[in-house]
Design a protein around this ligand. Structure first.
Ligand SMILES: [Zn+2]
Length: 235
């Protein structure tokens, strides 16, 4: 029988109500409300509140602010444009955060709260350093995050066994710096990045599986980078 794993990229939140079987859940879709523009009265200064006060709760303003802050940190990554809801999900997907921190962003009940949390995280440089989730070994700095896919700084990839990995691409230091151990042989089979071979990468200190080291098979490509599993990281 042919197995055909399907991977979807989430752009909407849902709440798991019941785990009914190994591959079956009952869920509730958490719909985001439409994001209106500021009322005309606010734009032309006739509203009771000053324009700057309106702007604190304007999803379009917040989306523009979060986008600019993200671009200042990652100038090489092309940020999605459009409705604030889409922008908020794109930024949440592409912030180099661990799974727990990203879950907190997704728990924000409205787009305004999600965008405010994103701005706060960027302002506080909450994602400055990526660490091993188990032993806190520092693995990469935020400046080392790369845009290796059209989707941004990483993406969802499925291996031949059907396991889905949420991977963030980074240009972190070499294994000699006692951060990452490369394990086993290098292979180009089923590589998620065309033109690259992969080697398993584990934490140097605790041995947990961090992701993979990718090395270019063609000269014109960036020569190496790491694809780190978001589940293995914390910030
Ligand atoms: Zn570790």
């Amino acid at each position: 029988m042919c197995q055909c794993p399907i991977v979807s990229t989430g752009c909407q939140r849902l709440e798991v109500l019941q785990h009914t079987s190994h591959l079956s859940w009952r869920v509730r879709i958490c719909a985001d409300l439409a994001t209106p523009r500021l009322p005309r009265e606010a734009l032309d200064g006739r509203a009771h509140w000053a324009r700057w006060a309106w702007r604190l709760s304007d999803p379009w303003e917040l989306a523009a602010k979060a986008t600019k802050m993200f671009s200042d940190v990652f100038p090489d990554v092309r940020v999605a444009r459009g409705d604030p809801v889409e922008v908020s999900y794109w930024l949440t997907r592409n912030m180099p955060l661990g799974a727990g921190a990203r879950q907190e962003l997704l728990a924000a009940p409205t787009v305004v709260q999600r965008l405010r949390a994103l701005c706060a995280a960027l302002e506080a440089k909450a994602c400055t350093i990526l660490c091993c989730r188990v032993c806190n070994t520092q693995l990469a700095w935020i400046e080392e995050v790369l845009a290796m896919t059209d989707d941004g700084t990483g993406g969802l990839f499925v291996n031949p066994s059907g396991y889905v990995h949420d991977v963030v691409a980074v240009r972190c230091g070499d294994p000699e710096q006692e951060r990452i151990n490369l394990i086993g042989i290098t292979s180009s089979e089923h590589s998620w990045f065309p033109g690259y071979a992969w080697t398993i990468a584990n934490c140097f200190r605790c041995g947990s599986h961090l992701g993979w080291h990718f090395t270019a098979l063609e000269q014109q490509l960036p020569q190496q980078f790491y694809g780190l599993r978001r589940q293995a990281l914390k910030v």
